[in-house]
Design a protein around this ligand. Structure first.
Ligand SMILES: Cc1cc2nc3c(=O)[nH]c(=O)nc-3n(C[C@H](O)[C@H](O)[C@H](O)COP(=O)(O)OP(=O)(O)OC[C@H]3O[C@@H](n4cnc5c(N)ncnc54)[C@H](O)[C@@H]3O)c2cc1C
Length: 436
């Protein structure tokens, strides 16, 4: 620690929430050498998750939706490390390098927990081993490769039933993320089919399964109905009021005794807490951290939590704020100012986090979407154009915005990319074998 530094702020997690905290803190303390800000993340980039589904469908090049964290920081330091455990008593965090080559212990005076969540398989047998999560870049690229592999296998297959099983793609979870993925996939498989002479159009199908009685429960009923009707018209199938009981290598089994033969169950059915967070003495029964209106962890002075790993009370609804990037970034800014107030010994300057959700947008493929913004509802092409404008605006960095805009432009004229990157699949297959 350099001599001048008297206060160390450690931020764990460089996603939407953590990066926003770091960027705002460095703005506040840009003239102060006594405050050291360190951001720790397992990768040296932030993933713009809202565009992950478009990586699966080859509409966007994968590297264009990740933003190097070092490029986003000026004063704050960055460390590419994985946090293993947090000692709140001794104010230290044990970490290791992603290649396991070295361990580190980081000390702090102020700790910000922004580690997000992991895919939640909710104890469904076989789901962790066989289902495809969609949480990070590797998931998206691997799923894309797997989908192409299914086409390659089907093209060699003489049996119609086997081809159908290979070309049935099942999305578990009909929330906006699941629908976004399903719709993009439906476009992708529809466009890719023409390269495979032995594949018939009636053998390719995207199925969405959800335990609720409708899709996109985050949005109003009318928009969900519009989305369902539109996607059905494009050949997608919906199994509503249906729970998954088991996933195997070649099927998804439902609680009502049904079996969907598929080699591609895609898991968009919720999240689980980060194990490091769940192990903390301040975590609740579900493994998340309940904080007060200021995002402080009660009983642990100097510790804050926000984003998907925290439960933050919404005074408007009495319920916690939803786990979205939209909320995480706003929470990040407020947390930074509250941390700064504490560092400056001005507790009275802290402000509670009060935010009204701006709206929700969900792309439905084929240049259509649904959007609900400040009570106004839009659907079809206009909603799609709105989605693209808003999300392009939110994508950090001009270089990334230009690259994504070019990808979108080329996607209108060029065929879908069906190059299969086999090495990604080998990693997954060996991981799945280890779990069995
Ligand atoms: C496919 C998909 C689509 C989505 N679309 C939208 C959308 O359109 N709009 C929207 O508002 N929200 C969307 N979301 C939700 C949104 O991505 C999350 O709510 C948001 O990322 C939460 O921000 P966060 O900072 O809390 O967590 P994250 O962004 O997940 O960041 C957590 C960070 O912590 C790091 N980390 C975790 N554990 C460790 C560890 N042990 N050591 C070091 N680093 C660690 C992770 O690598 C990650 O970088 C989507 C999510 C997904 C998966």
């Amino acid at each position: 620690m350099p001599d001048a530094v008297t206060t160390r702020v450690l931020i764990l997690g460089g996603g939407f929430a953590g990066l926003e905290v770091a960027q705002n803190l460095e703005k506040i303390f840009r003239q102060r050498d006594d405050v050291e800000i360190t951001l720790v993340n397992e990768n040296n980039y932030l993933i713009f998750t809202s565009m992950l589904a478009e990586v699966v469908s080859s509409s966007i090049e994968a590297k264009n939706i990740v933003i190097p964290l070092r490029e986003c920081l000026r004063k704050a330091g960055f460390k590419e490390l994985i946090a293993d455990s947090i000692d709140l008593g001794n104010k230290t965090v044990s970490c290791h390098r992603p290649d396991n080559s070295e361990n580190f212990t980081l000390g702090y005076d102020y700790l910000v927990l922004a580690m997000g969540s992991i895919t939640g398989f909710h104890g469904v047998e076989g789901a962790e081993a066989y289902a495809f999560p969609l949480k990070n870049l590797a998931d998206a690229m691997e799923l894309r490769s797997h989908v192409i592999d299914m086409f390659e296998m089907a093209d060699l297959e003489g049996d119609h039933d086997v081809r159908r099983r290979l070309l049935t793609f099942t999305v578990v979870g009909g929330g906006y993320t699941g629908i976004e993925v399903a719709a993009e996939l439906n476009d992708y498989v529809g466009a890719s089919r023409r390269f495979y002479k032995n594949v018939r159009s009636d053998e390719v199908k995207v199925v969405v399964i959800d335990p609720g009685d409708r899709i996109m429960h985050e949005m109003s009923e009318g928009l969900a109905e519009y989305g369902t009707a539109l996607l059905k018209k494009r050949g997608m199938e919906f199994r509503l009021n249906t729970r998954i009981s088991r996933v195997t290598q070649g099927s998804v089994e439902t609680a009502d005794g049904g079996v969907i033969e598929t080699h591609t169950p895609i898991w968009a059915a919720g999240t689980s807490p980060q194990p490091v967070i769940a192990a903390l003495p301040c975590a609740d029964k579900k493994g998340r951290i309940e904080v007060n209106d200021y995002m402080e962890v009660p009983g642990f002075p100097g510790v804050w939590a926000l984003g998907d790993c925290a439960v933050i009370p919404d005074p408007h609804t009495g319920k916690p704020y939803p786990p979205t990037a939209q909320h995480a970034t706003r929470e990040g800014k407020r947390t930074a100012y509250n941390v700064a107030a504490s560092i400056n010994g001005k507790e009275g300057d802290r402000r509670p986090f009060i935010y009204k959700t701006q709206g929700m947008l969900a792309p439905l493929g084929h240049r259509s979407a649904v959007a609900e913004i400040k009570g106004l509802k839009f659907s079809g092409f206009f909603a799609w154009a709105l989605w693209r404008c808003i999300y392009l605006g939110k994508l950090p960095g001009w270089d990334r915005k230009i690259r994504v805009a070019i990808d979108w432009f080329l996607d209108i004229f060029l065929p879908k990319d069906i190059v299969q990157l086999k090495f990604l699949m080998r990693v997954r297959q060996s991981e799945a074998a280890d779990k069995r």
